[in-house]
Write a protein that binds this ligand. Structure first.
Ligand SMILES: O=C(O)Cn1ncc2ncnc(NCCc3cnc(NC(=O)Nc4cccc(Cl)c4)s3)c21
Length: 274
């Protein structure tokens, strides 16, 4: 039986299943909607924790952004609701889980060039759509990419996304490896931060670790500011070219997303998937 579209969703509409993952602010469970038996991912977060870290406005913005984005490579937020203690996000369920785990389970913790290119093209397409809606994701990294069957990748967790342009307000939690120079120096930035992150992501897909990774945080920031990194011997010429056009200090000089998707390395490596 189909529910009316104005149905007020509540937790009892779902059967909660196995835990899928745990983040800083809450846990994610597999869940099944009772009427349709549709499988979803249910993320629950304690309001008290969000308020304590002043994140409630971010969740509100994420919900506003995510419920208005529709793209085959963006994880759909199906609905959301809350009760006295918690906020619940009902998300599309990614049956192959976090790309981060798949990357780390590879033999040398890295993808071959065709796989890396196929994933990167999908992320670039999702970002191109976000930017067309004036949304900057700001937190592109393997942990925020979810895998579906047939190597379909979707961008998730818009908890850090903002409407462009924006002032760097929040201290970033999690990895600093993906921060672009303009955010390291906490200047204003625009959607080109995502182009930089795409370069870092491409490097990590191909090498198994990000380009500026260092044991000390200060050293990582120094390398990012200086755009100081090296290529591994096994990286193809065309992959080095693409990365070198994204890891550029001047934001507006970074390769536009349309040119990423048309780049020789992407074209050459994706034709086996099309
Ligand atoms: O990835 C996993 O751990 C496990 N996993 N496995 C399969 C699977 N299928 C779907 N979703 C999963 N995980 C949830 C991904 C998210 C999407 N959107 C989010 N938004 C968010 O967390 N917002 C948010 C939270 C706290 C504060 C603030 Cl400011 C914002 S999390 C899945």
């Amino acid at each position: 039986s189909v529910r009316p579209s104005n149905h007020q969703w509540k937790l009892s509409d779902f059967e909660i299943g196995t835990p899928l993952g745990r983040g800083k602010f809450g846990r994610v469970y597999l869940a099944r909607e009772k009427n349709t038996e549709y499988m979803v991912a249910l993320k629950m977060m304690f309001k008290s924790e969000l308020v304590k870290d002043h994140m409630e406005h971010q969740v509100r913005r994420e919900i506003e952004i995510q419920t208005h984005l529709t793209h085959p490579n963006i994880l759909k937020m199906l609905t959301y609701f809350w009760d006295e203690k918690k906020i619940y996000l009902i998300l599309e369920f990614a049956q192959e889980g976090e790309l981060f785990k798949v990357l780390n389970s590879q033999p040398h913790k890295r993808f071959d060039e065709p796989t890396a290119a196929y994933y990167l093209r999908q992320v670039a397409d999702a970002l191109r759509y976000c930017h067309s809606q004036s949304v900057i994701h700001r937190d592109i990294k393997p942990e925020n990419l979810l895998l579906f069957s047939h190597h379909v990748v979707k961008l998730a967790d818009f908890g850090w996304s903002v409407h462009a342009p924006s002032k760097c307000r929040n201290t970033m939690c999690g990895t600093i490896d993906y921060l672009p120079p303009e955010m390291v120096d906490s200047q204003t930035y625009n959607e080109y931060v995502d182009n930089w992150c795409l370069g870092v992501l491409c490097y990590e897909f191909l090498c198994g670790s990000p380009p500026f990774e260092s044991s000390e945080q200060a050293e990582t920031f120094r390398k990012i500011r200086a755009v100081m990194y090296g290529f591994k011997s096994y990286m193809s010429e065309s992959s080095r070219h693409l990365i070198s056009k994204l890891l550029v200090k001047v934001p507006k000089s970074r390769l536009p997303l349309t040119d990423v998707i048309e780049h020789l390395w992407i074209k050459k490596n994706c034709e086996i998937f099309t």
